[in-house]
Design a protein around this ligand. Structure first.
Ligand code: AMP
Ligand code: ZN
Length: 113
């Protein structure tokens, strides 16, 4: 827990979050400023600053994040229509919240071509 981290505060229940999943190691909640009809953030409960701070010990939680992303996409009904999984890395890569998070984005109505 990092006291000034907004995502740690949500995980601790100190700040409101619209949760769609949680277990011992991972949580998922709705992005407050969605960029698509479905926009969920999936993150480790432990504070990891960014992809650049990953260590070998983080292997289990990283694989858990991807497996939960797949399940949540299915529950949200976008598994077949398709979605994006995105990590923004550092400020140049668009990262503004420095608690590792995976964006699950989808639900667009695309015309078949
Ligand atoms: P990034 O730019 O990859 O760091 O993404 C941070 C994301 O967190 C943005 O899409 C924000 O809309 C989202 N966000 C910031 N604060 C909150 C919050 N309190 N609850 C939910 N989502 C948030
Ligand atoms: Zn944090």
């Amino acid at each position: 827990m990092e006291k000034d981290c907004i995502f740690c505060q949500i995980i601790q229940g100190e700040k409101q979050g619209d949760f769609v999943y949680q277990d011992n190691s991972v949580v998922a909640f709705k992005d407050q400023n969605p960029q698509a009809p479905v926009h969920i953030l999936i993150l480790p409960k432990n504070h990891i600053r960014s992809i650049n701070d990953l260590s070998e010990n983080d292997r289990p939680v990283i694989s858990e994040m991807f497996l939960r992303a797949k399940e949540i996409a299915s529950e949200m009904g976008i598994a077949q229509s398709g979605y994006k999984l995105v990590f923004n890395v550092e400020r140049g890569g668009g990262q503004y919240v420095f608690h590792l998070h995976l964006h699950l984005i989808g639900g667009w109505q695309r015309k078949e071509s």
